[in-house]
Write a protein that binds this ligand. Structure first.
Ligand code: CA
Ligand code: CA
Length: 457
């Protein structure tokens, strides 16, 4: 009893201690230079306006090094692995964390002293992007997740609704699963001007082209796994046997192949902007994409005369499909100053401005962004609700060593199936073989341990 009472008193004391702790003032670093390696273009542009203020507040000379997105991994991994100390801050995809983690500085001690508004970061991002093996290692820069967008005029047109129902036997609506995506694709796929070429698609995936084409496959894999009552997984966590060429995996890739085959010609080469433009100009009735479009409803309505609709992705199997975080490098000569830069730009106050910077590539990632009166002036509540719900459905990226290589080898095979060169089963059997080789080369036991860590098992 006495022991319990002491425990109780200690607990009360500890909590009181935390409650009374004053936040530590942010230090200054006169004349210190902090170099940040960022995705060139949008992120450099959005961070640029804050360089002067950081100098005034902290005395830090912030230098922004823009690297083209397709060189970001290679360039920063090279500098990090050679220990050059060239970068104090690096921007990276959470899916690369398995390769980056040994070169990054855990940030728990800094975050304890100078809270970056940690609890304000959306829980899905805190869990799947910023935390790794129980340590806080990064701050989210961009709230990437997937949303199902649709053209309300097309989906709510009485004739379209009646035709759809008579053909498919159920109501035209945002798809509950990927089989329904295929129906929607087929239904709206048309040669609208009668020139013999399909010029209207029912649906587009976010990215199809070689490079990131594995993502639409993985979202479908997780969707079919969920439908079969299986917890979404890349590997069997007990054996590290790849799950990509299972019956669910084959169904997933076949659906992706069929969807693209029913799209407009040339869709195989589509990346972010082609999919975006197709939807924004009314040539695609629906789209799964990152959250950018939701802040562009005025342009959409001006182009198409329609309101923009928002829904969960099929089977609510979501991914960040990339996404961006920033961390402090382990070989930084000025890690505290580097942290202050992240804390300032990605903290609750300034990050709202960064997120609203036109073309800045930064999607909402904090609760305070969703609650912001300025954000609410631009973004429909329906969008904010769909976005918020989507973050809660995230399946983590493949955050283990070799993450980049696993994705890349999968994408190569997915592309062959999309191009009709080999069957879905053949493509995935080959990809699974390649995954096994990668796992073996990195050490199967180590990979199993890292996979458990990454998926939070
Ligand atoms: Ca984004
Ligand atoms: Ca045509």
């Amino acid at each position: 009893m006495k022991k319990l009472l002491i425990t109780f008193l200690l607990t009360v004391f500890c909590f009181a201690g935390i409650a009374n702790a004053k936040p530590e003032p942010r230090p200054t670093f006169d004349g210190v230079t902090v170099t940040a390696a960022l995705h060139s273009g949008p992120f450099v542009n959005a961070w640029g306006p804050h360089v002067k203020r950081i100098k005034e507040l902290y005395g830090i000379n912030l230098e922004l090094v823009g690297i083209p997105v397709n060189e970001l991994y290679d360039k920063s991994i090279l500098e990090l692995s050679m220990g050059t100390g060239a970068y104090d801050i690096v921007q990276y995809n959470p899916g690369w964390v398995g390769d980056y983690i040994d070169f990054m500085r855990p940030l728990d001690d800094y975050m304890d002293r100078w809270d970056p508004g940690w609890m304000d970061i959306h829980e899905g991002f805190r869990e799947w992007e910023n935390t790794y093996g129980g340590q806080r290692v990064s701050l989210t820069m961009d709230g990437d997740v997937m949303i199902f967008y649709y053209n309300k005029n097309m989906f709510e047109d009485p004739k379209e609704m009646a035709d759809f129902k008579s053909t498919y036997g159920y109501d035209l609506a945002p798809p509950a699963n990927y089989d329904q995506v295929l129906d929607i694709q087929k239904h709206f796929q048309r040669d609208t001007d009668g020139d013999g070429t399909i010029d209207q698609a029912g649906y587009s995936d976010p990215i199809i082209k070689r490079g990131r084409g594995q993502y639409p496959y993985l979202m479908r894999l997780f969707a079919y796994q969920k439908e079969a009552g299986i917890t979404p997984n890349y590997f069997d966590p007990d054996t590290m046997e790849p799950l990509i060429n299972t019956p669910e995996g084959v169904k997933a890739l076949q659906n992706y192949v069929d969807t693209v085959a029913n799209g407009v010609p040339g869709m195989l080469q589509w990346e972010w902007s082609e999919a975006h433009t197709c939807f924004m100009t009314g040539k695609c009735a629906s789209l799964i994409h990152w959250p950018d479009e939701g802040l562009m409803t005025a342009a959409f309505t001006a182009n198409t005369g329609s309101a923009m609709g928002f829904a969960d992705v099929p089977s609510k199997a979501n991914m960040t499909c990339g996404g961006w975080v920033a961390g402090v490098t382990a070989d930084s000569a000025n890690p505290e100053a580097a942290y202050m830069v992240l804390d300032y730009i990605l903290g609750p106050d300034v990050s709202t401005h960064v997120a609203l910077y036109p073309g800045g590539g930064t999607d909402l990632f904090r609760q305070s962004h969703f609650d912001s009166a300025v954000v609410k002036m631009i973004a429909p509540q329906e969008y904010l609700d769909a976005f918020d719900s989507a973050i809660g459905d995230i399946v983590g990226e493949l955050r283990i060593p070799g993450g980049f290589e696993y994705y890349d080898s999968l994408d190569i095979q997915v592309q062959k199936a999309l191009a009709g060169e080999i069957s879905a089963q053949e493509a995935l059997d080959q990809a699974a073989e390649n995954w096994k080789k990668i796992t073996k080369s990195l050490g199967a036991d180590k990979q199993k341990e890292m996979y458990a860590k990454a998926m939070g098992y």
